[in-house]
Design a protein around this ligand. Structure first.
Ligand code: KG4
Ligand code: ZN
Length: 352
């Protein structure tokens, strides 16, 4: 069984092919970073136009690199939400057109499900497992019970962690995208120089909050002597920020693990996914926590943590083999929670 997957919900235009032997047959990805860099963040109109101009070519590249023709496929999947709707529509239309012309099943994939299931492709993880989904738009803890079956334990009540990384980078003049820049700058810094807050640490439940951490970074910068920021100050702020983020993730995940031990004692893995999961320091912190709690940390390789076509192809394949296909009238969804029954979390700007 071979499935083509298309991703276009943010600033990557990507296509990939996977099979049910958990093999990646081809991967093609065009990052729009350079188009958005002058604006310091993703501009939806520019993203949509770039997806439109490049989606066909990315699909062609993936097909050529695998040496496959469309009639050798078993299905076509595309991210159908949540995300920037202009881009999502481009990917969905492309996939539907291929499906219609070649008489193939179409799978409308939730982008978050793509992140959630990628550890089953690369790590062969069995259901159920605990998932920490940390990206630019989301910060959630979920139990993944089966394909399409998620129980949300916690979410952010304000910003996502990726957003906090990106804002921190912007305030420090490190540019966009912020996460990798903050990680690189933190490498030479002193994580103890600035005592940044650990929002919600020690509190019941496993929700997150990062807006206070972001504000504290701003205040720390303002309290420095006037003049251009020194490299050493930037490094120390980044290291202190990462240490705070790591402490918060460890605390919240420890609580989630205890909740999961009660409800799903057979769960053995803590899976981390989403763009922020590409961060080596945070992966190390989570691995240490998992070991203490008797869980195994499973993290996809870094290139599969940030947005990519492979995770969409894989989620599509997981759906196809369970008969979970969609009609060509499926409408893209700008918002699409993994657990629609989860109550809204208090606070402004909740994304989930
Ligand atoms: O999953 P993703 O590629 O897109 C969304 O679905 O949001 O995540 C993007 C986020 C951005 O906020 C980016 O700064 C962050 O992931 N990110 C990182 C790293 N690489 C990407 N954050 C921290 N450390 C990294 N190495
Ligand atoms: Zn993503």
């Amino acid at each position: 069984m071979i499935v083509l997957g298309i991703e276009s919900s943010c600033d990557e235009t990507a296509a990939a092919l996977v099979n049910d032997g958990r093999e990646i047959l081809a991967e093609s990805l065009l990052s729009q970073t350079e188009f958005h860099r002058p604006y310091g963040g993703v501009v939806p109109e520019i993203a949509a136009r770039a997806h439109l101009e490049n989606a066909d070519d990315q699909v062609k590249r993936a097909m050529q690199s695998a040496g496959l023709a469309f009639d050798q496929l078993d299905g076509v999947a595309a991210t159908a939400g949540p995300g920037l709707i202009g881009g999502v529509m481009v990917g969905v239309m492309t996939a539907k057109a291929i499906a219609a012309v070649h008489g193939l099943p179409f799978m409308a994939v939730n982008h978050l499900e793509g992140h959630a299931l990628s550890a089953r492709l690369t790590g062969g993880v069995e259901f159920p497992y605990l998932l920490l989904l940390v990206s630019g738009g989301h910060c959630q803890l979920l139990v993944v019970e089966a394909v399409g079956k998620y129980k949300r334990l916690g979410t952010t009540i304000d910003d996502s962690l990726g957003e906090a990384f990106d804002k921190t980078a912007k305030m420090l003049g490190l540019g966009y995208p912020g996460g990798p820049a903050v990680e690189a700058a933190a490498a030479g810094g002193d994580p103890e120089r600035f005592a940044l807050p650990r929002p919600l640490r020690g509190r019941p439940g496993c929700h997150f909050s990062f807006s206070g951490l972001k504000t504290a970074v701003r205040q720390t910068i303002l309290a420095l002597p006037e003049g251009p920021l020194r490299d050493a100050d930037v490094a120390d702020i980044c290291a202190s920020f990462q240490a705070a983020a790591g402490d918060v993730l460890r605390d919240r995940c420890a609580r989630a693990i205890r909740m999961v031990h009660q409800t799903h004692p057979q769960a053995k893995a803590l899976v981390v996914a989403g763009g922020v999961a590409a961060n080596t320091y945070l992966r190390g912190e989570l691995a240490a926590l998992a070991e203490t709690e008797g869980m195994e940390l499973v993290a996809p390789p870094q290139r599969l943590c940030t947005d990519n076509g492979t995770m969409i192809a894989w989620a599509g394949l997981e759906r196809l083999r369970r008969g979970l296909t969609d009609g060509l009238d499926f409408r893209p969804r700008p918002r699409w929670p993994l657990d629609p029954d989860a109550p809204p979390a208090a606070g402004a700007g909740v994304k989930a």
